[in-house]
Design a protein around this ligand. Structure first.
Ligand SMILES: NC(=O)c1ccc[n+]([C@@H]2O[C@H](COP(=O)([O-])OP(=O)(O)OC[C@H]3O[C@@H](n4cnc5c(N)ncnc54)[C@H](OP(=O)(O)O)[C@@H]3O)[C@@H](O)[C@H]2O)c1
Length: 215
């Protein structure tokens, strides 16, 4: 499968790119800075240089051209300010949804977050981020793409365990390693049971493939 990973130099996405290449996929890694292209290439992916906040529709469409799947693993990041939650976490994701629709890319995996459906229930500082993620997820659900929305808890940089807990609603908040989130996305990519689904994921005891197959 040919997969575009948006935010390919990000902490979760770097794991994902490596795993997808190992799984035999052809990966295009979207980054916004020239100096990030070499690390994408070192991971075995084809770099493509696009700033998702600055780029016009045509440039984003060219980036997805020929791909079977888009994975949105980019984000404005902590400390980026409320405006960039709108331009990146919402706007960047939506530009890629629209590009996928225009260029016939059927599959779209969204790296979202637990709580995106209920921003008003979170502490005030987190609300603009949660609202942006929730609106982007909503736009994707209203598309006719074969989507999967993966919602992890707080991301950590520990080594992954290969086991998680995943369900439409877990009824709790917690942590998960970025490596295990990447493994979950890689497993969901070809899991037809996840088409049209939104699910939460936290660290747990079930092997990733089994947990994803059961959502
Ligand atoms: N942190 C958490 O606890 C948490 C929890 C749940 C979900 N999430 C979500 O999980 C995802 C991955 O998180 P992470 O911490 O692994 O990501 P990260 O390391 O912050 O990486 C995000 C990537 O997005 C890129 N990016 C930012 N603006 C861009 C733009 N305009 N155009 C293209 N690329 C752009 C960044 O590039 P630069 O290096 O150039 O900035 C960076 O490489 C994000 O969507 C985040 O919202 C995070």
């Amino acid at each position: 499968m040919k997969v575009l990973v948006a935010g390919a130099n990000g902490q979760t996405a770097r794991h994902l790119v490596r795993m997808l290449v190992e799984d035999g996929h052809e990966v295009r890694g979207l980054v916004r800075k020239e100096e990030q292209t070499s690390s994408v290439a070192e991971n075995g992916a084809e770099p493509v240089l696009v700033d998702l906040e600055e780029a016009g529709a045509g440039e984003v469409e060219e980036a997805v051209e020929g791909c079977d799947t888009v994975v949105f693993a980019a984000g404005a990041g902590p400390g980026s300010g409320d405006a960039r939650k709108g331009t990146m976490d919402y706007g960047g994701a939506v530009k890629l949804i629209e590009a996928a629709e225009k260029r016939g890319v059927r599959r779209y995996l969204m790296l979202s977050t637990i709580g995106a459906d209920d921003p008003e229930n979170r502490e005030e500082a987190m609300r603009p981020y949660m609202r942006a993620k929730g609106r982007a997820d909503e736009r994707l659900r209203n598309s006719d793409l074969d989507y999967t929305i993966v919602r992890p808890g707080r991301l950590t940089n520990e080594e992954g365990t290969g086991s998680v807990e995943a369900a439409e609603s877990l009824g709790r908040y917690g942590e998960i390693t970025r490596e295990d989130v990447a493994r979950t996305l890689a497993a969901a990519l070809e899991a037809r049971n996840t088409h049209g689904k939104t699910f939460e994921v936290l660290s747990g005891e079930t092997p990733v493939a089994e947990a994803v197959a059961a959502v």
